[in-house]
Every structure is written in structure tokens, then in C-alpha cells.
Design a protein around this ligand. Structure first.
Ligand code: HMG
Ligand code: MG
Length: 307
């Protein structure tokens, strides 16, 4: 069956950016390869940010250079500025992901500038991407609340999304960075932002801090969103958003959607194998994904030696 939704895997980036221990480049490359072979067609593989700010992804150039490319799979990476874009191009990637927060304080903590300055930094990137046929994704962070400022007005999110669309980005992903959103808020958010950005260009990027990410995803689906970011096993968080936990787990998203008759194109068994491999061979600890735990429990293959 043709997939009816896009499951956008961000674990190698949003997940690994937050790992306390260094992870070998070869393991990152293998992870991306396994994810592509499990049927995921959009994978965010790393970040071309400052290695001082995110040392976990300091090997971005090597990872992007070494990852095997499969037909039909789009590999993206985060880019905060023109320097990041140039690194991405030198490593042979064709999708750049910009990121900016709806709240000033989080933007300052994350990229050390104002929201307006972020948009100025994006302008030359967007120009180059247009000339070079590079696809642009753009994240708006803290859309349901900011760890520093609290509530964020939905109108502010919609205005920023419109500013990004004016830069000719191909997709806007709305980030509940700290996982504080709830379903009616997500419905309202999608309704309002879709006046500025058409639904086919909207994605939801839901962190699961309060355990509401799947409920929020369902609300987003019912409101017409068809692209959902997720992270294998629920890995991850944002280093500049204290207390934020990982994204909604990819296995949980695939299982929920497929149970509801929505084809994802992802082979859940192969994905569980990949996440089990990551736990056992690379991270040496368990990840929180519910469907992952259920499937591994059923197989009698719970990660040995993990807490
Ligand atoms: P800065 O220190 O203000 O930068 O950082 P600067 O322009 O003053 O430059 C300082 C040094 O960094 C210079 O090097 C630059 O060349 C270098 P020096 O001259 O000192 O040797 N530099 C770079 N190096 C490599 N790649 C680059 C780059 N740019 C400058 N692209 C900067 C500003 C944006 C670079 C920094 O703040 C940064 O890298 N921040 C990244 C933070 C980050 O990655 N956060 C996590 C991702 S966002 C997230 O998780 C949210 C999301 O998942 C959605 C959601 O959940 O809501 C996307
Ligand atoms: Mg995130």
C-alpha cells in the first residue's frame, strides 16, 4: 500500500544530539542505513551546527559523507546559518533544515541571536538553496510553550511560519520542543497556522515529556496534518531546553497509524530490530518507546544488562 502519511525520522539528529556519551561515527552511519532499510523515506541524519555547542554531532561532515544513499530516501540535516549550509552541500546532502524558536529566550539560548536575526541568517541560505535545487525544511520550536517564557501565542507561531514560507521553504515543522502541548491546543495550532502554511506543507514535531505526544499526533492527523516527526525508541531531547524528553517514538507512531488503517510504508519489525540493536550494541541502555518495549517483551529479547 502507498504510504498515506510521512513518518520523518529525526532520531539520528534530535536523539543523538542529546546523548551524554560519545557515539562512534560508524555506529551513526549504520543506524541511518538500518533506518532507511526499514522503510523510512525521510531521515534527519545530523546537524551542521557549531561543534562547541553540540559536540555530540561534531562528526556531521563524516556522517553525511559516509551514509549510503538509497533511491527515494531524503537525508536532511540541521543548518543554522550559511556556514552550516555550505558544510551540508560539501557533504553532498540535498535537504537542509533551518530552525528558529517562536519564543525569543529559547532562540537566544539555542542559537545565540534574536528571532529576527535568525530569519536574516536564513535569507542567504534560502537564496542558495533556490539556486542549487536544495529542499528546505524549517522548524518552528516552542510552539506549545517555552521553557523560559511559558505560554506562546498561537498568532506568533503563525506569523513566524508565514515568514518562513516567504523564504520559499518547502515544509514547516511545528515543534512542541518541551512536550507541553495538549490535543485541543494542537488542533487550534494547526487550524491557525494552516491559514498561513497549506496543510501539505505542515509537519508536527512532538516531544513526549508529558506523555501526550501520541494524543497530540492524533489530534494533528484529524486536523489534516500528514507528516509527523518521530525518533526511534523515543530517543532524545533538546540540550537547550532543560527537562525536555525525546520525540514521540517512531514505533508508537507506526503502530498507532497502521492500527487505524493508515499506511506508513515502515516495516515495524525491522524498525524494532534496529532500535534493539541501538540499545544493545551502541547505547547500552533501554529507550522509553512503549511499542518497542512491548514487542521486545513479546519476543523475550529485552535488552540485557540495561536498567
Ligand atoms: P555563536 O557562538 O554565536 O556563533 O553560535 P558565531 O557566529 O559567533 O561563531 C562562533 C564560532 O562558531 C566561529 O568559529 C564560527 O566559524 C563557528 P571560530 O571563528 O570561533 O573558530 N560556527 C560554526 N561552526 C560550524 N558550523 C556552523 C557554524 N556557525 C558558526 N554552522 C551558532 C551560533 C548558531 C553557530 C550556535 O549557537 C549553534 O551551533 N547552535 C546550535 C544549537 C543546536 O543545535 N541546538 C539543538 C537543535 S534545535 C532543536 O533541537 C529543536 C528542534 O528539534 C525542533 C523542536 O524540538 O522544537 C529542531
Ligand atoms: Mg526536537
Amino acid at each position: 500500500m502507498e504510504p498515506a502519511v510521512v513518518v520523518y525520522e529525526v532520531g539520528p539528529r534530535d536523539g543523538l544530539q542529546n546523548e551524554p556519551e560519545a557515539i562512534a561515527t560508524a555506529a551513526k552511519v549504520e543506524l541511518v542505513d538500518r533506518l532507511a532499510r526499514s522503510g523510512l523515506r525521510r531521515i534527519e541524519i545530523t546537524s551542521f551546527v557549531s561543534p562547541h555547542w553540540i559536540p555530540q554531532l561534531a562528526d556531521a561532515d563524516q556522517v553525511a559523507g559516509q551514509v549510503a544513499r538509497y533511491d527515494g530516501v531524503r537525508y536532511s540535516a540541521l543548518v543554522p546559518n550559511l556556514k552550516g549550509y555550505e558544510r551540508l552541500r560539501a557533504a553532498g546532502l540535498g535537504v537542509a533544515a533551518l530552525f528558529v524558536s517562536a519564543s525569543e529566550t529559547h532562540n537566544r539560548k539555542n542559537v545565540n541571536c534574536t528571532v529576527a536575526e535568525s530569519l536574516e541568517r536564513f535569507r542567504p541560505v534560502a537564496e542558495r538553496a533556490g539556486e542549487e535545487g536544495v529542499l528546505l525544511r524549517a522548524y518552528v520550536s516552542t510552539v506549545c510553550g517555552c521553557p523560559y517564557e511559558g505560554a506562546v501565542a498561537v498568532g506568533k507561531v503563525a506569523k513566524l511560519a508565514a515568514d518562513l514560507l516567504a523564504l520559499a521553504v518547502d515544509e514547516v515543522s511545528l515543534g512542541d520542543t518541551i512536550g507541553v502541548g495538549h490535543p485541543s491546543q494542537v488542533r487550534e495550532l494547526v487550524r491557525t497556522v494552516s491559514n498561513a502554511v497549506p496543510l501539505p506543507k505542515l509537519a508536527l514535531h512532538l516531544h513526549d515529556t508529558y506523555g501526550r505526544a501520541l494524543a497530540n499526533l492524533q489530534a494533528g492527523y484529524e486536523a489534516g496534518v500528514r507528516t509527523f516527526d518521530a525518533s526511534l525508541g523515543g530517543l532524545g531531547g533538546c540540550p537547550y531546553a532543560p527537562g525536555a524528553s525525546g520525540n514521540v517514538a517512531t514505533e508508537d507512531v507506526v503502530d498507532l497509524l497502521e492500527s487505524e488503517g493508515v499506511a506508513t510504508g515502515v516495516d515495524l519489525g525491522a524498525l524494532v530490530d534496529t532500535t534493539a540493536w541501538l540499545e544493545e550494541k551502541v547505547l547500552k541502555r533501554r529507550l522509553p518507546g512503549r511499542v518497542l518495549r512491548a514487542r521486545l517483551g513479546l519476543r523475550g529479547r529485552a535488552c540485557e544488562g540495561a536498567a
